[in-house]
Design a protein around this ligand. Structure first.
Ligand code: NAD
Ligand code: UD1
Length: 332
């Protein structure tokens, strides 16, 4: 069975392709390499012992996608492609709407034309906004997004819901990721932020590797046990495996589902930094700074729906996430 993976050379996409190949799916990656590199395809092959097909191209290129769907029967699309930097989205909102929202519309139109109506989509916990209280569950109302990136995710979720209402042949899974970190155990694939990282784990790893001087911890006065922000960090390999479960559900019946993919456990910035130092033996100097605009105190998932319906739950702990992130960082 063949699956088209948009954004398949990216961080989460590459780990998911490895899991798909292990489950004997044929994989066609479509990626424009705007935030990843061609070498990842070879590394995926090294891990999986089998190569995915790679097509360099853009999700906005409808005729390319229609041709791909006509060349061989593709049963489903796992759609990762998109831009994801919150700060950059504030500077370049049009680019984010064009890439993420318009890009997804082009992909959906091509899927309609090519007769493929099964999709797994990468959404984000950011859609819960700051009005809901954690643990976040899928039945909560949509939150108010505070940046263009978040708004693109919420908008695409709405487009997919409305598409399903208009045509019940669609089968769609909206996956709301919490905070994916870590890397593949092999050290061959991982997250490759361009420029200075914005997210916590890549920043911590680069401080440990002495590429950056020290970590700024944004806020120590949140209403949390140690005053620092709490997030639900999930190992990217666990997250990748969640996609296989969602894909199997999408292939098995039509409908529209929403699932949180997280561990259900909150972890503070200080806990993560301390665990990283213990597990890797590396020092991570830090100082406390003022809160980062837009940050909420706590964000973690209610994971019961994914467990009940998909039969999936995260298995790896914070120690694995830190050890694997460090292995990747120190190999790069
Ligand atoms: P990533 O940047 O590593 O991967 C995205 C991939 O998509 C890249 O390889 C990039 O080259 C490609 N791409 C971008 N625009 C494209 C286009 N128009 N056509 C073809 N390819 C294109 O990001 P990631 O961390 O792997 O995230 C994957 C998806 O998950 C994204 O949609 C992201 O918004 C979503 N997500 C990520 C996180 C996270 O913390 N990493 C959290 C929630 C949701
Ligand atoms: C951020 C985005 C979110 C996006 C996710 C994955 C914001 C407001 N949210 O989530 O929309 O889906 O990344 O790309 O940007 N921290 C520090 N110092 C740092 C970096 C982070 O103290 O240098 C803290 C943050 O304040 C937060 C925690 O670490 O408490 C996690 O931050 P981060 O990794 O950026 O993820 P989120 O903010 O949860």
């Amino acid at each position: 069975m063949s699956v088209l993976v948009t954004g398949g050379t990216g961080f989460i996409g590459s780990h998911t392709v490895v899991e798909l190949l292990a489950k004997r799916y044929n994989v066609i990656i479509l990626d424009n390499l705007s935030n990843s590199c061609r070498e990842t395809v070879d590394r995926i092959e090294q891990i999986a012992g089998r190569a995915p097909q790679f097509v360099e191209g853009d999700i906005r290129d409808k005729s390319l996608i229609v041709n791909l769907l006509q060349d061989e029967p593709i049963e489903a699309v796992i759609h990762f492609a998109g831009l994801k930097a919150v700060g950059e989205s504030v500077q370049k909102p049009l680019e984010y709407y064009k890439n993420n929202v318009y890009g997804t519309i082009c992909l959906l139109e091509a899927m309609c034309a090519g007769g493929c109506k099964n999709m797994v989509f990468s959404s984000s916990a950011t859609v819960y906004g700051s009005e809901n209280r954690p643990p976040f569950n899928e039945a909560m109302p949509d939150g108010v997004t505070t940046n263009p990136y978040g708004t693109t995710k919420l908008t695409i979720e709405r487009i997919l819901r409305e598409l399903y209402i208009s045509d019940k042949d669609w089968s769609i899974s909206l996956l709301r990721y919490f905070n994916p970190i870590g890397a593949h155990k092999s050290g061959l694939i991982g997250e490759r932020p361009s420029g200075t990282p914005n997210n916590l784990m890549p920043y911590v790893s680069q401080v440990a590797a002495k590429k950056l001087k020290k970590l700024s911890i944004f806020g120590k006065d949140f209403d949390t046990a140690d005053g620092t922000g709490v997030r639900d960090y999930i190992h990217v390999v666990d997250l990748a495996k969640g996609h296989i479960h969602a894909l199997e559900r999408v292939l098995g019946n039509s409908g529209l589902d929403v699932f949180n993919l997280g561990t259900g456990k909150g972890c503070s910035v200080l806990e993560l930094v301390n665990t990283f130092q213990q597990v890797t033996g590396q020092k991570v100097p830090y100082s406390f700074e003022k809160r980062r605009e837009g940050d909420i105190a706590e964000c973690y998932a209610d994971t019961s729906l994914a467990k009940e319906v998909l039969g999936w739950q995260a298995e790896l702990g914070l120690e694995d996430m830190c050890a694997d992130a460090w292995r990747w960082e120190s190999r790069e």
